[in-house]
Design a protein around this ligand. Structure first.
Ligand SMILES: Cc1cc2nc3c(=O)[nH]c(=O)nc-3n(C[C@H](O)[C@H](O)[C@H](O)COP(=O)(O)OP(=O)(O)OC[C@H]3O[C@@H](n4cnc5c(N)ncnc54)[C@H](O)[C@@H]3O)c2cc1C
Ligand code: SF4
Length: 446
């Protein structure tokens, strides 16, 4: 069966909250038919491949038998942020990539079935859990992104009194501010925040721990602390004219929260080749740029974007310029005219395990553009220094139980991801496992 396709570039429309979702929801007929294809494997590889280990055949079977409430419950039991994960997970690399039907047929559309069950639960405002009797213990969670929300919700379920401190106006972390609306509208992230609040979690926004809320206050007033602070801002390139380059994260945030005010150029350059860079390129194309070029100083073999994202953005008409490094923004009377770059050749492996880029002498080139955006990663979490915590490559170092070098302070999500790629579902799992470790500590320490 062909299930409803992606919304194509030509169909794109803007809504108050930005671009509409790329994938249409499944119809009832599509969901029933797709769920019937699942072999309900014993010891299912899809469940093993899911970082939160959702019992996938179980929730799919419940869709097939019309028990959508039960299906949603199965998902929530393993993952409180199932609606976000259904939309943003790199399923090709995880559950769907492991589906036994993938080698000879099409894998089951697990992400879209999960979204079907989650949409059912949220549209009917179904409740699933009530907090256990109060333990009298208090936990402070810093950062209301996926890691913090997951940890907060799981601890509240266990009967702890949880306060979630978030520095931004809205909770949800990158799900609210960073993941493009084509994949996840803001409303979905905020529904999940509301779900966690319904479990009894107190949310205090506008509280920047270390700035307008001293850490000492938290140490004195709470039995344990969880850091789910994510990463920092985009670093500087350190080239002349950098003040004319837009920040990729702010560009995406603008597309989600102020789409009518977002200025998109007609000839746009994106510096970087990770998933954030791909998202910036997608926005630029979908909102109307005629030409979008991504510039990366290594080759497609080293780029950090997922292969399916790379294929997607090429289909969107984005072109790539590999082995080029920006050296100067060319501008006149406050207007960007283009980017000067130098050719790169690759040398020995560097500390990241990738070939080091070396500028080729006398190889300067000029690429015209009227808008330049940088998406070259994020700064490491600065709170590690504030709290004097041990770090690993600048990320917060934790034990297997997610405890930092400071007793009773735990951490999870992007801020501890010293190796490999980071994703929402990994942050959710960290939050869940850290909650269990914190619970053990609070119970054992009386
Ligand atoms: C542009 C972009 C697109 C992405 N797309 C995907 C995708 O499609 N699929 C996917 O799986 N992953 C994606 N990711 C990665 C994913 O968003 C992250 O892995 C995930 O959000 C990590 O969750 P977190 O809770 O650790 O951090 P965050 O989501 O960053 O949340 C951290 C929260 O802590 C708050 N905070 C920070 N410091 C303080 C402080 N001192 N006091 C109080 N609050 C504080 C921040 O404001 C924020 O709300 C994307 C990331 C980016 C940047
Ligand atoms: S691996 Fe595929 S067929 Fe088997 S249970 Fe998972 S989704 Fe169903």
């Amino acid at each position: 069966m062909n299930i409803s396709p992606e919304v194509s570039l030509n169909d794109t429309v803007s809504f108050a909250s930005g671009l509409r979702e790329l994938l249409l929801p499944l119809t009832e007929h599509e969901a029933i038919t797709e769920s019937a294809r699942c072999l309900m494997c014993y010891d299912a590889p899809c469940t093993h491949a899911c970082p939160t280990h959702i019992d996938i055949p179980k929730f799919i079977k419940k869709i097939h038998t019309g028990n959508l409430r039960g299906s949603a419950r199965t998902i929530f039991e393993s993952n409180l942020l199932g609606a976000t994960c259904a939309r943003v997970c790199p399923v090709q690399e995880l559950c769907e990539g492991a589906c036994v039907l993938g080698s000879e047929h099409k894998p089951i559309a697990i992400g879209r079935l999960q979204r079907y069950a989650m949409d059912h639960a949220y549209s009917r405002k179904l409740g699933f859990f009530s907090p256990a009797p109060s333990t009298g213990k208090k936990v402070a969670i810093i950062g209301a992104g996926p890691a913090g929300l997951s940890c907060a919700g799981e601890l509240a379920k266990l009967g702890h009194s949880v306060t979630l401190f978030e520095k931004r106006d809205l909770a949800g972390g990158l799900s609210t501010y960073g993941i493009i609306s084509l994949r996840e509208p803001v409303e979905v992230a905020l529904m999940e925040v509301a779900l966690v609040q319904k479990l009894g979690v107190q949310l205090e926004t506008g509280k920047d721990v270390g700035i307008n809320l001293p850490v000492e206050d938290l140490r004195q007033n709470f039995d344990a602390i969880f850091l789910g602070v994510g990463l920092g801002n985009t670093p500087q390139l350190g080239i002349p004219g950098e003040e004319y380059i837009l920040d990729g994260l702010q560009y995406i945030e603008g597309s989600k929260h102020h789409p009518s005010r977002l200025r998109v150029g007609s000839n746009v350059i994106i510096i970087g080749a990770g998933n954030t860079a791909i998202d910036c390129a997608t926005i630029a194309r979908r909102i109307g740029a005629e030409r979008v070029t991504m510039i990366y100083r290594r080759t497609e073999n080293e780029m950090t974007a997922y292969p399916h994202e790379y294929d997607f953005v090429k289909r969107e008409g984005v072109t790539f310029w590999f082995l080029a490094q920006p050296i100067k923004v060319v501008h006149e009377n406050g207007k960007v005219l283009g980017l000067e770059c130098v050719r790169i050749e690759l040398g020995e492996l560097d500390a990241s395990g990738r070939p080091s880029p070396r500028p080729v002498p006398d190889s300067t080139m000029f690429l015209p553009a009227d808008q330049i955006i940088k998406a070259i990663g994020q700064h490491k979490p600065s709170i590690a220094t504030v709290l004097n915590l041990k770090t690993e490559n600048g990320f917060i170092g934790v034990s297997e139980a997610f405890e930092t070098s400071s007793p009773a302070i735990y951490a999870g999500g992007d801020c501890i991801r010293a190796r490999g790629s980071a994703s929402t579902v990994m942050a959710v799992q960290d939050g869940k496992l850290a909650a269990r470790a914190i619970h053990q500590r609070l119970v054992n320490h009386g």
